[in-house]
Design a protein around this ligand. Structure first.
Ligand SMILES: Cc1ncc(COP(=O)(O)O)c(C=O)c1O
Length: 383
């Protein structure tokens, strides 16, 4: 057997994918992975008839102009963010590809990157794969607020960047202007890059529109905004995303995206551009759909005696399982799987240090029938 490199040493299959595999084994309902079971908009499904006529060659590394124009229009319309589609947008293989290209382009091995804990576990994997140093900034449960003291305390002499995710997976928080002003002040003082994951920008509850970090304080000049079509259009399998930011940074991100993967799927960029131009009604309906699912699933957990949070955005509940008398989220997820055949992610998957409470995360991007079945199973008893 040939000797292999050490880069992946210590990395394991994510506990989200591990739970998905166990759910398949046990024929359990999978609330662990954000599988996105809401159907895609009919415009995309019907558009597939034109697939044969689409461009099937490589696109430029930064993506087709038609896609980048649609991204720029959309960011202006939804977030008030102005980007030049010719120099400030790079099309990527999902937000995941966007994050990898950004980190590869702008940071060196050993650089410190602040991550607000709890964090989306793939942020941590990306840092590990690239030999970057995760520096956790604990956001205390149950409010998960950014504080100036907490943020300052986490900074080291190696810190070069921070990752912000709003609306947040897993906490459901949408960071406020006051919190983002703290981010802006600290980032400026320490000359940090801000990498903003906004894949859930269209999924929020309440009337306030999405607040893009790049529009707050002085963040515009140091923020790379990353998003994708996965969640907004229920097409995570298309792997279509984008990164936007100041032109001098984006020229390097473009080089990295090209070196890593060449380009994103060209024909899908054409259809993706159509989706990005859908009207406000589409987004209103999407939010109403998710709001209904959120309420139905939360009611089921509450009726069962557990304590779900009330997410402001994204499509996950964090459920405090203290009432089950368990010592950890890992134990809570095991007991839930055993008693109800429902797969959840232990809160520990989103932390480097142990969480304050035995949390599990559940996804509510499911059909209403599946949610009804979950509620029935919970009603049969989890305590
Ligand atoms: C916060 C966050 N960022 C990124 C992603 C992945 O996005 P994409 O499918 O565009 O790679 C997810 C998927 O669950 C997510 O929750």
């Amino acid at each position: 057997m040939a000797k292999i490199g050490t880069r992946m040493r210590g990395m394991q299959q994510s506990s989200i994918r591990a739970m998905t595999a166990r759910c398949q084994e046990l024929d359990a309902i999978n609330l662990a992975q954000g599988l996105c079971q809401v159907p895609p908009p009919s415009l995309l499904v019907e558009g597939a008839r034109d697939f044969g006529k689409a461009d099937h060659s490589y696109s430029p590394a930064e993506g087709l102009g038609v896609f980048r124009d649609a991204v720029a229009d959309r960011l202006k319309r939804h977030s008030g963010l102005s980007v030049d589609p010719s120099t400030e947008v790079v099309t990527t293989i999902g937000a995941t590809g966007g994050l990898l290209a950004t980190l590869t382009a702008l940071l060196d091995a050993g650089d410190g990157v602040l991550v607000f804990e709890p964090f989306y576990s793939y942020h941590l994997s990306a840092l590990k794969v690239l030999n970057l140093r995760p520096e956790p900034v604990r956001l205390a449960a149950p409010t998960f607020e950014i504080t100036e003291e907490g943020l300052r305390a986490a900074i080291t002499d190696r810190t070069r960047a921070m990752i912000v995710c709003t609306p947040n997976n897993p906490s459901g928080r949408r960071f406020t202007e006051a919190e983002l002003m703290i981010v802006s002040a600290v980032a400026e003082e320490h000359d940090l890059l801000v990498i903003s994951d906004e894949v859930y920008a269209d999924i929020y509850f309440g009337s306030d529109p999405h607040l893009a970090p790049a529009t707050v304080g002085g963040l515009g000049e140091r923020t790379l905004t990353i998003s994708s079509l996965s969640k907004s259009f229920s097409i995570p399998g298309w792997r279509l995303g984008y990164v936007c930011g100041p032109a001098p940074l984006m020229s390097t991100v473009r080089l990295a995206a090209d070196a890593l993967v060449g380009c994103a799927a060209t024909p899908l960029q054409e259809f993706g551009a159509r989706a990005l131009r859908m009207g406000d009604d589409y987004y209103r309906d999407l939010r109403a759909t998710y709001d209904g699912k959120r309420r139905a699933l939360a009611a089921g957990f509450t009726a069962a005696g557990l304590s779900p949070n009330e997410p402001e955005g994204a499509y996950y509940l964090l459920v405090d399982c203290s009432a089950m008398g368990v010592a950890s989220g890992v134990e809570a997820a095991e007991v839930l799987l055993e008693r109800t055949r429902i797969g959840t992610v232990p809160g520990e998957a989103f932390y480097l240090n142990p969480p304050e409470r035995p949390y599990v995360r559940v996804c509510f991007s499911l059909s209403n029938d599946v949610i009804a079945e979950v509620v029935t199973r919970l009603a049969n008893g989890v305590l």
